[in-house]
Write a protein that binds this ligand. Sequence first.
Ligand SMILES: NC(=O)c1ccc[n+]([C@@H]2O[C@H](COP(=O)([O-])OP(=O)(O)OC[C@H]3O[C@@H](n4cnc5c(N)ncnc54)[C@H](O)[C@@H]3O)[C@@H](O)[C@H]2O)c1
Length: 426
Amino acid sequence: MRAKTQNPSYSLTENPMQPITEREQQTASRPAGALESGPLVIVGGCGHVGLPLGLAFARKGYQVELLDTSAERVALVNSGRMPFHEDDADELLGETLKAGRLRATTDNRAMENASAIIVTIGTPVDEYLDPSVGEFDRSIDQLLQQVRPGQLLILRSTVFPGVTDRLARQLEQQRRGDVDLAYCPERIVQGQSLIELERLPQLIGGATQRAADRAADLFRIICPKVIFLKPVEAELAKLFCNAWRYINFAISNQFWVIANQFEADFQHIYRALREDYPRMASVARPGFAAGPCLLKDTMQLGAFNHGSFVLGQAAMMINEGLPYLLVQNIKHAYPLNEMTVGLLGMAFKPNSDDPRSSLSYKLRKVLLLECRKVLCTDPFVPDPDLTSLNDVLERADLLIVGTPHDAYKGLKFRQPVIDITTTIGK
Ligand SMILES: NC(=O)c1ccc[n+]([C@@H]2O[C@H](COP(=O)([O-])OP(=O)(O)OC[C@H]3O[C@@H](n4cnc5c(N)ncnc54)[C@H](O)[C@@H]3O)[C@@H](O)[C@H]2O)c1
């Protein structure tokens, strides 16, 4: 049976490069050969994407080498300690190291015997919110010098549209068509990779038919289903995912601002419009939409759409402007310049230890201009400038929830609490 899709023109489970009779590419049992000629090497393997991915393959009994330029992370991983929090990862790291199935290294020679190489290095935007391609390009150029005939090279970092086809052309010009190239994006919620990798389908964008087949065989080891796209479609699909989520958060944040302008209680409205009304079930709670991916990927899409991704740009102004608007609202109700304000939660999302691009830090900057003193706390983020929760609760006149960690739920506060997500404050 062919999978049913909403798009009648083609099924997403089909490999568009294959004749229709061969397109039944749904879930398969463990494929032979995907990693039989050598280990899997993950470049950027000690990062938030690379490490859980490596653990997922090692858990299935395969040999994994984590290649990373950070000697500090490599040492941590080899000593059995996760450099960041990831659900279910601590024990698995110890087990796979002990079994000799996982190893981290800074030595590029690890790639020599690999049957497959997956690239998960960072792809940041620069200070003008344009993709900062220099370092990524240098790393990829270096990598292309090192890949060998017959190896499968998979890009998994989030890249701007067209990168995979450009690399395929580069390989072709260098007469290195014997390297199989594919783009296979990561669409996992950070912190829950080991759970979600086993549940969610994997998008596969092979530069050639053979590359698509090989990449699919590889990912079938850890994923329940693969979905074939052209490389540029897979690149866009990843960016669309994050831009859609970012815009979705922006709508709620904009509604929150509008409700405030009318002095209406947004939470009353939010609860009422969702109650027994499934069409509004997907409305996000207002709050800080931040982190290493959502803004960056929305901006990547904007930068490569001739600057005309107006919805994305509007979402950025709303989401990034929220800390300032929040403080302006609070100023009407409290004499901030006479107060010590405690900021709860500095990670970019609840229950995470990752402060990258967290809007709590932007909120802190705005508060520093307005308040007598600002004290910040987070149970997970390792930042020497933070204060203990007890100290903040003791000294602050007013609390603002930046990141609603579960650890704050159920606490009794003696001072007023402002929590626009109202998962904690009310
Ligand atoms: N974090 C997420 O939830 C997430 C989700 C989907 C996609 N992505 C994308 O995945 C990519 C990686 O993100 P991340 O959060 O894992 O970043 P990260 O900074 O946590 O990890 C990147 C790792 O690559 C290493 N590295 C950098 N240059 C290297 C090189 N030349 N050779 C070997 N190692 C190198 C770094 O030391 C680091 O350990 C980005 O493109 C990001 O947009 C991230």
